[in-house]
Design a protein around this ligand. Structure first.
Ligand SMILES: *[C@@H]1O[C@H](CO)[C@@H](O)[C@H](O)[C@H]1NC(C)=O
Ligand SMILES: *[C@@H]1O[C@H](CO)[C@@H](O)[C@H](O)[C@H]1NC(C)=O
Ligand SMILES: *[C@@H]1O[C@H](CO)[C@@H](O)[C@H](O)[C@H]1NC(C)=O
Ligand SMILES: *[C@@H]1O[C@H](CO)[C@@H](O)[C@H](O)[C@H]1NC(C)=O
Ligand SMILES: [Ca+2]
Ligand SMILES: [Ca+2]
Length: 373
């Protein structure tokens, strides 16, 4: 951070703190019926479901530590049910629950976890490109993406331990076991295709040494978020195999239109405003896109020709990060200039802590009532 922007920040931060300490506590009544919640998101049966990642790395860290413990317990129950006999003397699940409550109490104790101070602290870490006192959609997307990437890598690291049987920090293809939801159902997505098989594994093995380190293993689990060209190329090949109903090795217009086009269009939808020319048939934007992608003009799409849209076919973390950023900006951008100042952020704290703050449904547990609303 340059000198000038440091000065800008200090000035803005002081100004904000001044404004806050001198303004009537207009949010305090509001706060009363909010409680910061930790999510309990880990699911063995559906580990691929997409959850938004907390905006605040401190909250993410608390959730992660809690989730790790939950995961260990579930993992043990899955693999060694004999060790988790509920009737065994001394068996107690209560301590974990208490830790969880303590963490939530901590987050809801404004003396310890002051949301305003958190936002003041985080703002300069988000406002970096350029550091001009405003957070743009792009800066917020990058921030969200950074948080999501940490989360994803954390989960991959944890999962890697279950595959790395000889504990050398690498996973070989012999060690790797496909997810149980793939093994148990022959017809499920990915079974008859190449997912979790040797070709997929080898594509993820960037340096080709036959072993996946944690970076490569993370890419293996999340190919669409990878920057490894071999793996992206594999993903395109896989997409062709999956769409290629007439088995000619390429995707023709019919195969593209009935399957791929909707995915790409839905992805792009929010970028377009509703100026759909009504006289046009639905097929013409599809034909247009098809011809754009068909670089060699053979009226078929090869795997290389799918590369420009592969990230849209398999929504990447960037896609979710952008969605989350767009949502936050529409909610907090009070002056409607399309970007967020620190003051706008501080005045709308629940937008940032929205994934974990919730209007409490279970009112009986708390003493606030409708008069506060
Ligand atoms: C949070 O921090 C701000 C700024 O330092 C301060 O004005 C406010 O009183 C704090 N809130 C609580 C509940 O301590
Ligand atoms: C799945 O495949 C295995 C081996 O190919 C076969 O023995 C089993 O019957 C199949 N199960 C189902 C539900 O089709
Ligand atoms: C894993 O291997 C890849 C390819 O050689 C390398 O780029 C990456 O830095 C390695 N990751 C770690 C954590 O060592
Ligand atoms: C749609 O976008 C175009 C430019 O991309 C703009 O000129 C037009 O005003 C927009 N229409 C609406 C309804 O927002
Ligand atoms: Ca390797
Ligand atoms: Ca604004």
């Amino acid at each position: 951070m340059g000198k000038v922007s440091a000065i800008v920040y200090i000035t803005v931060a002081l100004l904000v703190l001044f404004l806050i300490s001198h303004s009537p506590k207009k949010h305090s009544g509001h706060n009363r019926h909010r409680r910061l919640k930790l999510r309990s998101s880990f699911s063995f049966s559906n580990p691929t479901r997409h959850e938004p990642v907390p905006f605040d790395p401190l909250v993410a860290d608390i959730e992660r530590r809690r989730e790790d413990r939950q995961w260990e317990k579930q993992y043990l129950e899955h693999t060694h049910p004999e060790f988790t006999d509920d009737h065994a003397p001394g068996h107690e699940s209560k301590p974990e629950w208490e830790d969880f409550m303590n963490a939530e109490d901590y987050l809801n104790d404004e003396e310890k976890f002051n949301v305003t101070n958190r936002l003041v602290l985080l703002f300069p870490k988000i406002d970096v490109n350029p550091a001009d006192g405003f957070v743009t959609e792009n800066e917020l997307t990058n921030w969200n993406l950074e948080q999501a990437a940490k989360e994803v890598l954390h989960r991959s690291t944890r999962e890697m331990e279950t595959h790395d049987k000889n504990h050398d920090g690498f996973v070989s293809f012999a060690e790797y076991e496909p997810p149980s939801w793939v093994k148990n159902d022959n017809n499920s997505f990915g079974y008859d295709m190449g997912w979790w098989k040797e070709e997929h594994f080898n594509a993820a093995d960037a340096d080709g040494d036959g072993l996946l380190n944690v970076t490569e293993f993370n890419d293996f689990l999340h190919p669409a978020d990878s920057k490894n060209p071999k793996l992206l190329n594999w993903l395109c090949k896989e997409e062709v195999r999956e769409r290629d109903t007439d088995k000619d090795g390429k995707v023709n217009f019919e195969e593209f239109f009935h399957g791929l086009f909707d995915l790409v269009r839905n992805y792009d939808e929010e970028d377009h405003n509703s100026s759909h020319p009504s006289h046009d048939s639905l097929e013409s934007p599809a034909k247009w896109l098809f011809s754009q992608l068909d670089k060699d003009g053979d009226r078929l799409l090869s795997d290389e020709e799918l590369l420009p849209i592969i990230e849209k076919i398999h929504p990447s973390e960037r896609y979710y990060a952008k969605q989350q950023a767009d949502y936050i900006i529409t909610q907090a951008d009070s002056d409607k200039d399309g970007r967020l100042s620190l003051i706008e952020m501080i005045e709308n704290p629940y937008v940032f802590y929205g994934a974990i703050f919730s209007e409490d449904e279970d009112e009986d547990d708390y003493e606030y009532h409708d008069e506060f609303r």
